[in-house]
Design a protein around this ligand. Structure first.
Ligand code: NAD
Length: 504
């Protein structure tokens, strides 16, 4: 069983040092596997955020002036240290998020894809050059860093999402301020130590801990040029609106409600195996988790529900210290109660229970925030549990009669993060991929999270603003383009004054 009694007081990471908070206000950080407080994270004041911004601003000119090759050497060193100390980082992720060890390892590995892409910054920063665009004039475009940029991250990927949001920003020459989720601040502080040991100059990387007041200062402060946000849809929309109002470049990724369409020709054994991990992995606390499975045709639905019920009954829920568990607790008691509320109300609305995870065995002997896997059949559009993102292990079956009906259903939902189809029919897969109105699409791939060198973002209300969270689009988001037209006069050459608008 997980044991932990020490309650640590955490700080911020400003100008290369961990510094204590000054507000006297703290938020509890839990070990969700035990339901016990493990740390207290300071809630930053406006003045602390301003200090962090000032230090980041001071560090920017020298960091920008470093050759991109030197900057990338530090990123490479950071990557090497991440891999050398991966077990320590896994422990921290598991302790503060409740993830299983293999899941934590997986998120670090995926996070490192973003670091790898950042290492190719010298190539990605190359600009355009045109010779002799006018009389002896050459023109070129350069991608230059923005200055101080901010990233605000959610609890469910304490390492992968911060790395995805910040690695390229650092490599292309910005000073970066991360405001991690107050529920999982330990991972971000650990990463800060690695950046320091890798040789990143003080002030280029900052972690400011806090809540919405810290975020508001980042959004309103005129020094901050761009804000990258990942979290729930309502907050993403606020961040986009407020950040835009204050003239910032904003990308704000929100929640997801992701569907798996199952065609009658699909192998239901394969489908069920794929669904289990994609739907319940990490206690369903993934923005790309499958929420709803949509079997096409009554016969497919009946068979599929039976296969799923048998397999779900074998899943094991428990603490990360048990290597046999399939998934751990949800992040907080509030979250657990919210998910139970969704299930209770869905039953009143007409859903039927296939598997009931509201009271798993482990919850009888542990204060951890455990829920077992719940599967609800006969869920319909319009029901709360179908329309809203449920960030925990309560999943739905929605029955439809045709592929067209399935596509229309998915397209009508306000969220558009991920979707997948399981079929052996190429024509059906092609129709689906063409007509579906969602940002990240899978064909026989249960969680179609793009690899780090492709762009990642949902559509509709799963993303506000332009830009992606990782992939090459990060270079565009964290740089601005300067276009220079250049001419050198030869000795004794004639200079002519013209009042006409310059043209070739
Ligand atoms: P959250 O929106 O509660 O918090 C995200 C961040 O915003 C945290 O740092 C938090 O401190 C801050 N915050 C919270 N309320 C705020 C407010 N009113 N004003 C300003 N800042 C505020 O999200 P969460 O619960 O930490 O994370 C889970 C959510 O994130 C889910 O909805 C999930 O789908 C989403 N998510 C999306 C993606 C994606 O790529 N689209 C990836 C991971 C998680």
């Amino acid at each position: 069983m997980v044991t932990n009694t020490e309650v640590k007081e955490l700080g911020h990471f400003i100008n290369g040092e961990i510094v204590a908070g000054t507000s006297g206000k703290f938020s509890d950080v839990f070990n969700p596997s035990l339901g016990a407080v493990i740390a207290k994270v300071p809630i930053a004041t406006k003045e602390e955020v301003q200090l962090a911004i000032a230090k980041a601003k001071a560090a920017f000119p020298a960091w920008r002036a470093q050759s991109v090759g030197k900057r990338v050497e530090i990123v490479m060193k950071f990557r090497q240290m991440m891999t050398e100390r991966i077990d320590e980082l896994i422990d921290i992720i598991c302790l503060e998020s409740g993830k299983t060890v293999e899941d934590a390892r997986g998120e670090i590995t995926r996070g490192l894809e973003s670091v790898d892409l950042a290492i190719s910054a010298p190539h990605l920063l190359k600009g355009d050059y045109s010779v002799n665009v006018g009389g002896n004039i050459n023109a070129y475009s350069a991608k230059v860093p923005l200055g101080v940029v901010a990233a605000i991250s959610p609890f469910n990927f304490p390492v992968m999402v911060p790395l995805a949001m910040t690695s390229m920003a650092v490599a292309v020459g910005n000073s970066v301020i991360l405001k991690p989720s107050e529920r999982v601040p330990c991972s971000a502080l650990f990463i800060s130590e690695l950046w320091k040991e890798a040789g990143l100059p003080n002030g280029v990387w900052t972690v400011i801990n806090g809540d919405k007041d810290a975020v508001n200062e980042l959004l309103e402060n005129s020094v901050v040029e761009a804000v990258s946000f990942v979290g729930s849809t309502a907050v993403a929309e606020t961040i986009f609106t407020t950040g835009s109002k204050y003239g910032k470049r904003v990308t704000a990724l929100g929640g997801g409600k992701n569907n798996m369409i199952v065609m009658p020709d699909a192998d239901l054994e394969q489908v069920a195996n794929a669904f289990l991990g994609a739907a319940f992995g990490a206690a369903s606390q993934r923005c790309m988790a499958i929420s709803t499975i949509i079997p096409v045709g009554e016969e497919t639905a009946n068979k599929l529900v039976k296969v799923l019920a048998d397999k779900i009954a074998t899943l094991k829920v428990g603490p990360y210290t048990d290597p046999d568990v399939d998934f751990g607790p949800v992040i907080t008691k509030v979250s657990k109660d919210t998910i139970i509320g969704f299930i209770d109300r869905s039953l009143k609305e007409g859903a039927t229970l296939v598997c009931d995870g509201r009271n798993p065995d482990i919850a009888k002997s542990s204060n951890g925030f455990y829920l077992g896997p719940t599967l609800l059949d006969n869920v319909k559009p319009g029901m709360e549990i179908y329309e809203q993102e449920v960030f925990g292990p309560a999943r739905n079956v929605v029955r439809v009669n045709s592929l067209e009906e399935a596509i229309d259903l998915v397209n009508a939902h306000e969220l558009g993060n991920g979707v997948t189809i399981f079929t052996n029919n190429g024509a059906a897969a092609r129709k689906f991929a063409t007509e579906i109105d969602v940002g990240m699409v899978g064909i026989n791939v249960p969680i179609p999270i793009p690899v780090g060198y492709h762009n990642f973002a949902g559509w509709k209300r799963s993303r506000f603003g332009e830009g992606h969270m990782f992939g090459p689009d990060q270079v565009r988001f964290f740089t601005k383009t300067k276009t220079i037209s250049e001419k050198w006069f030869e000795e004794n050459s004639e200079s002519v004054s013209t009042f006409a608008f310059p043209s070739n």
